[in-house]
Write a protein that binds this ligand. Structure first.
Ligand code: ZN
Length: 676
């Protein structure tokens, strides 16, 4: 599970303690278009690593890039065809590149790169281009046909005809992940995890596979596409020799090189198991890999590489391909270790009903990491925290690894300094000053608590299906983790442990969370739309619930000044009590598998948007001329070889541009067929 960046860093307040002086000429911002700002992150501490560690990071970074095409295909079956067609035009078009149509064409391609497909990376809605269908047809027909991704026997006319409705018609493949209650979520979602299959068929297929007595169930359906062949349901497994083979072979090739320079035997075993799993596609092996991985705590280098998160599947079973290569930030990790060491105390003292608490919280490990390469579903938009593995029984028996990615939050903070956001939306100087002083620290701490403790806390009652919350599962789980963090960030224990400097600092995060959840996150929602994304649902759920339940005592309220609405927190201590009360209820829902209550609370508080407030937020936000979403370009890894071809050093280059990077990736890391 991950904490997406949109969660926390919006107010991005003030500078924080520098670990390392960043060169004056390092530019965190790359470019801005549509609703995106593209940033650059700095891989702090890379130069101080051992040569073998740098070599290993180089191999892993390549493995991270090889899965890019897989994600495009998973996000929609025409995505690779659209990207390849557009890139061919973008590079080879001989017409007027300053025309409005071509500019709109370029903008659309940049958005396709951000989204790894034609649906918005965050909302999942299809975005519609501003260039004309005529321009599209003429531009495609104007270039050398051998440069186009034509299927066998396909004419250029047929290609244009095939892609035109997919790109232009708002009703065709309208949503990547449809979560509208009452509809066939599988048949109406444009993601490529199912084909020719209804929701009822998919659910029956996996229900028949599940053995409810199995205490260590695999993650059914995780690494496959479900489709029909001759009327019969079949799973196409993602593996070497199966679906996505060409890309996975390359991934395996780089992993083999990485295994050869592993830091220690344990880490080598982890990588070798991952290689084997990529070859067999066997989900038991995936679990074995996860267990080995979660126990490797000594290595400085770590990675995610493979089919991991299930947000892209409306049924929450099938995983998108992602990769995040990183190494431990030894200094900052001291903070999260303190939290981890006290995990049992936090579990024992939480406001949750005792029967839902874990007797022993196992292996809650936590560290602060430096991202070294982002790939697949972590690129170019990326989480700021990760807690894996996702399998419930592995988490219970073996624990989980939790990370905060601090060089990415640093980039957000640096890029957002002085952009006017706080001045526009915060109630008074008091909130702004607190944000400046403690905003970054408490924000990172909330992420730590969410990841290290929140997801790992609590337990299901015996016999409760881990998937009992179905389509509400992700929102309920994120709500639970966020509340655990919110409750404890204000606990005297945090000050006692020396993690926060005083008993007032937490208020910075409380205010920012309430402002974001109740109001400012609406800037990401298009007019008339409801909230679909799990993390956004979780934040609005919490904010609206506590505002309603604290209304009589005016714990938190909306106030108006000069025609503008503000969130005002009047009583921080009572606000904490309300967070605790809601945590207790959410944990009960999860632990008992109370689907109806879960559905009710999400539908009541998390989904619908206050239309007037939404309109106001969009208008105020528009005046600031800021991009609500951020993405990244990666550094370029440059190996240096000796005469025998051994890598002797690796250096990083940070100068690559956004389009430049994507075009290079499409050339060097693109081996899948256009249709898979
Ligand atoms: Zn989470």
């Amino acid at each position: 599970m991950y904490v997406c960046m949109a969660a926390a860093t919006l107010t991005a307040c003030g500078p924080k303690q520098e670990k390392e002086q960043v060169a004056e000429d390092f530019s965190y911002t790359v470019e801005q278009f549509a609703d995106m700002e593209i940033l650059r992150y700095k891989v702090h501490g890379f130069d101080q690593l051992q040569p073998k560690q740098k070599e290993m990071l180089y191999y892993l970074s390549q493995a991270a890039l090889e899965g890019r095409d897989i994600l495009f295909d998973q996000n929609g079956k025409h995505n690779l065809c659209i990207r390849r067609t557009m890139e061919a035009v973008y590079v080879n078009y001989a017409g007027d590149k300053t025309s409005a149509d071509f500019q709109a064409f370029e903008l659309y391609l940049k958005r396709v790169w951000v989204a790894n497909g034609i649906h918005h990376h965050y909302s999942g809605d299809k975005f519609i281009p501003a260039f004309s269908q005529t321009f599209f047809a003429e531009a495609v027909k104007s270039i050398d046909p051998t440069l186009l991704p034509l299927s066998e026997g396909e004419t250029v006319d047929a290609l244009v005809e095939k892609l035109t409705p997919v790109i232009f018609d708002p009703s065709v493949m309208a949503k990547r992940v449809n979560q509208a209650a009452g509809e066939d979520l599988v048949a109406t979602s444009a993601g490529n995890y199912y084909e020719g299959v209804t929701q009822a068929e998919a659910e029956a297929f996996y229900a028949a596979m599940k053995d409810t007595n199995d205490l260590t169930p695999v993650s059914y359906g995780l690494n496959s596409k479900l489709m029909k062949e001759d009327g019969v349901l079949v799973e196409k497994t993602y593996k070497v020799g199966g679906m996505y083979s060409a890309a996975l072979e390359r991934v395996v090739g780089w992993l083999e090189k990485a295994a050869a320079v592993a830091e220690n035997d344990k880490q080598r075993e982890v990588i070798e198991k991952l290689i084997s799993y990529n070859r067999t596609g066997c989900l038991k092996e995936f679990d074995e890999f996860c267990i080995l991985w979660v126990h490797d705590l000594e290595s400085q280098i770590d990675f995610v590489n493979g089919f991991t998160e299930t947000y892209g599947d409306p049924l929450g079973m099938k995983a998108s391909w992602e990769s995040l290569i990183n190494f431990k930030d030894l200094e900052a990790t001291k903070r999260t270790e303190l939290i981890s060491q006290n995990a049992q105390w936090f579990e024992d003292n939480s406001p949750v009903d005792d029967q839902f608490k874990k007797e022993t919280v196992k292996g809650v490990s936590a560290k602060v990491i430096t991202a070294a390469m982002l790939g697949g579903d972590c690129y170019p938009t990326t989480p700021i925290g990760i807690n894996l593995p996702n399998s419930n029984w592995i988490r219970q028996q073996h624990g989980s690894k939790s990370v905060t990615i601090e060089n990415l939050t640093e980039a957000y903070d640096k890029a957002a300094m002085g952009n006017g956001f706080s001045q526009e939306f915060m109630w008074s100087e008091e909130e702004m000053n607190r944000a400046k002083e403690y905003g970054s620290l408490t924000n990172n701490l909330h992420t730590d608590l969410h990841e290290c403790l929140g997801h790992g806390s609590g337990k299901l009652l015996p016999g409760v299906d881990p998937d009992a919350m179905k389509e509400y599962g992700s929102a309920i789980e994120e709500t639970r983790a966020d509340l655990f963090g919110l409750y404890y960030i204000a606990d005297p224990k945090i000050v006692e442990l020396g993690i926060l400097p005083n008993a007032d600092a937490y208020k910075a995060e409380y205010y920012q969370f309430m402002m974001n959840g109740a109001m400012t996150q609406l800037m990401r929602i298009e007019p008339g739309k409801t909230i679909e994304e799990a993390h956004m649902r979780n934040r609005q759920l919490i904010a609206n619930w506590v505002m309603e339940h604290g209304a009589a005592e005016k714990v938190v309220e909306f106030k108006e000044r000069d025609g503008k609405t503000y969130v005002v927190v009047n009583d921080y201590e009572k606000l904490r009590d309300l967070f605790g009360e809601l945590l207790r209820e959410i944990q009960r829902i999860k632990s008992t598998g109370d689907y109806e209550a879960g559905k009710q609370i999400v539908e009541q508080y998390a989904v619908q948007v206050n239309q007037d407030l939404h309109k106001e937020v969009l208008e105020r936000y528009a005046k600031l001329n800021l991009a609500p979403y951020k993405g990244f370009v990666n550094p370029v890894y440059i190996p240096e070889y000796d005469a025998e071809g051994n890598i002797i050093n690796v250096t990083l280059d940070y100068t690559e541009g956004y389009a430049e990077q994507h075009l290079r990736y499409s050339k060097d890391y693109s081996v899948l067929p256009t249709y898979n």
